[in-house]
Design a protein around this ligand. Structure first.
Ligand SMILES: Cc1cc2nc3c(=O)[nH]c(=O)nc-3n(C[C@H](O)[C@H](O)[C@H](O)COP(=O)(O)OP(=O)(O)OC[C@H]3O[C@@H](n4cnc5c(N)ncnc54)[C@H](O)[C@@H]3O)c2cc1C
Length: 456
């Protein structure tokens, strides 16, 4: 065998697997195969001047390369079982939290020291939410910030590069079972290994499906989250963000009894494009460095949809809504809340005259032509509910960007060791459908590495 372990994908799941394996003192031969570039070479061509919006590069530098989708993220590591994935269903609640704390300690020792850990427990805000029909979920949140997150990744790479073979710009095409292990086929030749850990994230979802089909690994459909990204003056949410940084708030709508939730809150942050398999949606992040702060805070409002019979393709549903927004707006659409509730589109002029300056150059338009009524009604209802705890949320000039879609990978059938029905083949992180956050993906990487070493 060329290697003892091959890890496919260098996102947080793959990195923390490699870290655990390399640090175990077992002298293992480990390779990480990654279709994107090393961290230092990852550059999105959007410069705001010559290139203003996504040009759909063949390999997206935001989603791929060392650090995975999390490399330029806000670096919010949520230590909780209440959201971010269902890893605890496989490994137990206590172990899941302990692993997230272990990952947190590694991040701190690799450049994250001094960053703040926020907590939602027993806060006055929790009471205020309950009084207004809103539910604040419990979590501890380590906010590294985009800048420190980069430093941590860089330090991890420097530590690992002499112990692990990193092969960048090496997309894995197929995985084949061979006697005693696996053959990993890439455009740059084939490699063999005794054990394989797949951690290809959301961007590798389609590829993951093909691997499961070819190896006979059972899968189940998952949900999709659809909604908008809200951007407003940072002062409106400052009493929440100063104390909690990120508040995950859930609201049950009166009209349809649907659950709407806040997601990925970025105080003083920026709204950004996200390209998933050529479809442009919206996301957001913020910097720890105060000199890079903006005057705005952004967060997503999302509604989950899960289809099962006869239509199963929840992601396909989300994709077609995102495609519709790309067709109408050439990418992401932005609309003032006041325009939306008055039933009119936003125009360049209305956005220019708005008191909130957009941080993303999106196309002014009408989100009601894109987002299904039931979802949009839920979003509007929640904006009015949030207005009670953060007055100003429902102002006319609040900006809504659409669409924000959180695609979830189909759930891969894995056991309590995160191992598939193919012995020695582990599926971790977001591509397993079990995690959808930095902390859960990283924790799953550590856990799989430990299980795998017990077997060797
Ligand atoms: C803009 C943005 C902001 C975010 N902010 C946060 C946040 O603040 N907090 C949070 O908890 N989560 C956040 N997330 C989500 C978080 O980044 C992911 O949950 C996390 O990165 C998942 O880790 P992973 O290792 O499973 O997959 P990924 O990070 O997606 O890594 C997978 C890697 O596999 C590679 N790959 C794919 N297919 C192949 C192939 N066939 N061959 C070889 N390599 C392949 C990809 O190039 C990629 O580098 C954010 C995501 C985005 C896009």
């Amino acid at each position: 065998m060329d290697y003892d372990v091959i890890i496919v994908g260098a996102g947080p799941g793959g990195i923390f697997s490699a870290y655990e394996l390399a640090g175990a003192g077992r002298d293992l031969r480990i390779a990480v195969l990654e279709l994107g570039k090393p961290l230092a070479e990852r550059k999105c061509p959007i410069d705001g001047k010559k290139i203003k919006s996504c040009i759909r590069c063949k390999t997206c530098s935001i989603m791929s390369g060392f650090g995975g989708a999390g490399a330029f993220s806000d670096g919010k590591y949520n230590i909780t079982n209440q959201f971010g994935g269902t890893l605890y269903e496989h490994i137990g609640k206590t172990e899941a939290i302990e692993l997230m704390q272990y990952v947190d300690a590694i991040n701190l020792s690799h450049g994250g020291e001094g960053t703040k850990l926020y907590s939602t427990a027993n806060t006055e805000i929790k009471r205020m939410c309950l009084e207004n029909g809103l539910h604040l979920l419990d979590a501890q949140v380590r906010h590294l910030g985009t800048d420190i997150n980069y430093v941590v990744l860089n330090n991890l790479y420097e530590e690992l590069k002499n112990k692990v073979d990193f092969r960048f710009e090496t997309a894995v095409d197929a995985i084949r079972r061979i006697d005693g292990g696996y053959e990993i086929q890439t455009g740059k030749g084939s490699f063999t290994c005794r054990k394989c850990v797949i951690s290809v994230g959301r961007s590798g979802s389609k590829w993951m499906e093909s691997v499961c089909a070819s190896l006979g690994i059972p899968t189940m459909s998952n949900r999709v989250d659809i909604g908008v990204r809200v951007e407003l003056p940072a002062q409106v949410f400052s009493h929440l963000t100063d104390e909690l940084y990120e508040s995950k708030i859930v609201y049950r709508t009166q009209k349809f009894e649907d659950m709407v939730r806040t997601f990925c809150m970025n105080p003083h942050g920026v709204v950004v494009n996200e390209n998933t398999n050529g479809i442009v949606t919206v996301n957001g992040h913020s910097y720890e460095d105060k000199s890079r702060h903006t005057e705005n805070t952004n967060f997503a409002l999302l509604v989950s949809k899960h289809f099962s019979v006869p239509f199963k393709d929840s992601n396909g549903y989300g994709e077609s809504i995102a495609r519709l927004s790309n067709m109408l707006g050439g990418g992401v659409i932005v609309q003032r809340f006041g325009d939306l509730v008055r039933g009119r589109r936003s125009t360049e002029q209305r956005i220019r005259e708005s008191f909130v300056t957009p941080t993303l150059a999106a196309t002014p338009g009408d989100l009601s032509l894109v987002i299904p009524k039931r979802i949009l009604d839920g979003v509007i209802e929640m904006i009015y509910a949030l207005d009670k705890i953060a007055p100003g949320t429902a102002n006319d000039d609040t900006l809504l960007y659409g669409v924000e879609v959180k695609f979830y990978n189909m759930e891969v059938e894995i056991d309590q060791n995160l191992e598939t029905c193919c012995p020695g083949l582990y599926v971790i992180g977001d591509c397993s459908g079990v995690t959808h956050s930095l902390s859960h993906a990283s924790a799953s990487g550590v856990y799989a590495a430990r299980c795998l070493m017990k077997e060797m």
